[in-house]
Ligand binder design. Structure first.
Ligand code: WT7
Length: 659
């Protein structure tokens, strides 16, 4: 890790903003940016109030901006009322946007379906009426476990319209993970599909829902609404299960959006933390909507003529903010994609950008790194073989983008005409926090550059004091912002403990290490807790450990991350079995069994890349597992650190054997 940081910090290429993007940008020029930052710093309440009034449609105007009386449980615009879906759809009716294409959906096998804003509004209304007709009401929770589809966007928007709090579970998560989330949110409704299709393969979803609901504790679920994607075989529970097309049949295409307090929870989205149990990050309606819309306008400098494409899945926060809510609130045309970047060829993304004339493209470093390798192996699908001249802005999200991947993206996809926006943010922050702006910021490959106006980002030490330029520390946000997490669903104590530790002066602790350079640019140095980032997906080491020890063969397990050229980090598991140390084929066989087990317990993304068996784990005399050493062993490096506190130093040699 430290070598990587060293090389990143010696990165000294600077790419000034392109003149054509500075002209007419939402935030234009460094002076324009500074003026907005100054406005925000001089009076944050007035700044956010102005933006909330100018950008959102309110049923009842707010009189209070930020309520800090129960800090850190901040409330924004709390006595104001609005509806998020009305701000994404109804707002455009009666304007030229009504007949504009809202979604260009492309299925795995390349079939394209377009819906206009007017049509999307009608479909959301019909589905919301269908949900109402089944008896579901404002304040209930719905689990959404769906493939990328127009229907997934419709489902989320319909919930928002009714004030039903949705919790989307990524379709790659196992029935066990789905069960855990369904119980935790106390869902009364599940919206799913028969199957999903990715890379030419079908994967059952409804079956997984049946399995999850059969695990007990989900008795509150009175309906499962099923979108028929493939027509594949599904079991049916009469009275509980309803086809989505039956639920919407004969429903009116008008449905009054429910006026809700700006603080009404919009959604709960689970993400990994440093304990085994994922956290239900709760977002509020008004603040989240404002922040997602503003960042679409600021960071992506949204223009009416844009064709926006965020390649994330709605199962992650990126899909919430930059597919379902932000771009629709901004009235953009956007591409929604069901499939994977490598099917039917590794040129799929480039082909889609060319065919749909995408202007703003937003993807993850993992995708870029794997497509770099793929393009080199398959020159006929290299991005230079496609016409990507429609692009004007390209973005990156979810994990650090190394300068090499940055340069490849900049040259081969952006044609040296498009800024690469390295956007730093988190599930908890709701939307972008630290990011270059196309009309403002000189770029340095590997740096997410400067905070957005109103975002008081800083790097501090253990006492909350700002550290000098060039020194590492904790990344914090000193002032609340509207898009921030409100609490952890059902666990306010964990919320306080995780994000507002008392020694940090009430600052929001992001959980990332960072440093600032001489220009005050931020360089993210990775997580400071036991959270890994595998292909841009957050994964708790404890989560994987709990899954492993739940297997009959496993006595003890420790999981660490190892730098990986494609996935950013890879999961390495050190395992002590309830039997003698396996060797050769037996070891391979058990390792495979355990990998599959983890995929079933959590999901395929959590599968350890490498499993090492030992008779024990390296522990201090007081019994603490020394993960620091395991990280060195995982990298295949020689342990040079002091091991004198180790109870059993010989174990390190044993664990160095790969399986
Ligand atoms: C963690 C948040 C961002 C939404 C999708 C992931 C890492 C995110 C960057 C970036 C370096 C980044 C951080 C952060 N991360 N963006 N541009 N550069 N690291 O959201 O699953 O909540 O993960 O992803 O470690 O804390 P998430």
């Amino acid at each position: 890790m430290s070598n990587e940081i060293e090389s990143i910090l010696t990165e000294n290429r600077v790419f000034p903003p392109f003149d054509n993007l500075v002209q007419g940008a939402a935030i234009s020029g460094m002076d324009g940016y500074r003026a907005m930052c100054n406005e925000a710093d001089a009076n944050p309440d007035e700044f956010w109030a102005r933006l909330a009034r100018e950008n959102l449609v309110w049923n009842k105007p707010f009189t209070q901006v930020l309520d800090e009386s129960e800090a850190p449980f901040y409330r924004w615009f709390g006595d104001g009322e609005l509806n998020v879906s009305a701000n994404c759809l109804d707002k455009h009716l009666g304007t030229p946007t009504a007949n504009k294409t809202a979604l260009i959906f492309e299925s795995d096998d390349g079939k394209v379906t377009k819906v206009t804003y007017k049509e999307l509004h009608a479909r959301v209304c019909e589905f919301a009426n269908g949900i109402k007709a089944l008896g579901h009401k404002t304040g209930e929770r719905a689990i959404i476990y769906m493939p990328m589809s127009i229907e997934a966007v419709v489902a989320m928007q319909a919930c928002a319209r009714l004030g039903i709090i949705h919790s989307v579970v990524f379709g790659g998560f196992s029935s066990k993970s789905l069960h855990e989330r369904t119980v935790d949110v106390g869902a009364s409704l599940v919206i799913t599909a028969d199957e999903q299709v990715r890379g030419g393969k079908t994967i059952p979803l409804k079956n997984a829902v049946d399995e999850a609901l059969g695990m007990g504790g989900c008795e509150a679920v009175s309906h499962v609404i099923v979108y028929k994607r493939t027509g594949g075989q599904v079991a049916w529970s009469e009275g509980r299960d309803v086809w989505m097309h039956d639920a919407t049949a004969n429903q009116a295409s008008q449905c009054e959006p429910v006026a809700l307090s700006a603080e009404h929870p919009l959604f709960i989205l689970y993400t990994s933390g440093s304990t085994g149990k994922p956290k239900g990050v709760q977002h509020a309606s008004g603040g989240f909507l404002l922040w997602s819309l503003l960042t679409v306008n600021w960071t992506f400098d949204a223009k009416d003529s844009d064709v926006f494409w965020c390649t994330a899945d709605v199962g992650w926060v990126t899909g919430h903010t930059y597919i379902t809510y932000g771009p629709l609130a901004a009235g953009l045309t956007q591409v929604v994609f069901e499939g994977v970047p490598t099917y039917p060829t590794v040129g799929r993304f480039w082909d889609m950008i060319q065919r749909h004339k995408v202007t703003v493209f937003y993807t993850a470093p993992t995708a870029i790194r794997s497509l770099t390798k793929a393009a080199e192996a398959s020159p006929s699908h290299h991005p230079r073989e496609y016409d990507l001249s429609s692009l004007r802005i390209i973005g990156s999200v979810g994990e650090p983008i190394n300068p090499e991947a940055w340069m490849w993206y900049y040259k081969n996809v952006g044609g040296e005409r498009c800024p690469v926006l390295d956007t730093w943010w988190q599930t908890e922050t709701g939307a972008h926090m630290i990011t270059p702006l196309p009309g403002v910021t000189p770029l340095k490959p590997g740096s997410c550059t400067l905070p957005l106006p109103g975002i008081a980002a800083a790097v501090v030490d253990e006492a909350g004091e700002e550290v000098e330029q060039g020194k590492g520390g904790f990344l914090v946000i000193k002032r609340p912002w509207p898009g921030m997490i409100r609490t952890i669903w059902g666990d306010p104590e964990r919320f306080k403990k995780s994000y507002f530790p008392p020694e940090l002066k009430g600052y929001y602790l992001a959980g990332d290490g960072a440093q600032r350079d001489k220009d005050n640019y931020f360089w993210i140095m990775g997580r400071i807790d036991d959270v890994l980032n595998v292909s841009g997906h957050r994964l708790g080491t404890m989560e994987v450990e709990s899954a492993l020890v739940a297997h009959d063969l496993v006595a003890e397990a420790a999981v660490v991350g190892r730098p990986d050229a494609t996935t950013g980090e890879a999961v390495v598991a050190f395992v002590v079995l309830n039997q003698s140390l396996p060797e050769g084929e037996e070891a391979d066989h058990i390792a495979k069994q355990l990998r599959d087990w983890v995929a079933r317990e959590i999901g395929p993304i959590a599968k350890p890349k490498d499993i090492r068996f030992g008779e024990n784990l390296p522990k201090t005399r007081s019994g603490k597992i020394m993960r620091r050493l395991l990280r060195v062993v995982a990298k295949g490096e020689q342990v040079t650190q002091d091991v004198s506190t180790l109870e059993n130093p010989a174990i390190l040699d044993q664990l160095s054997q790969a399986h």
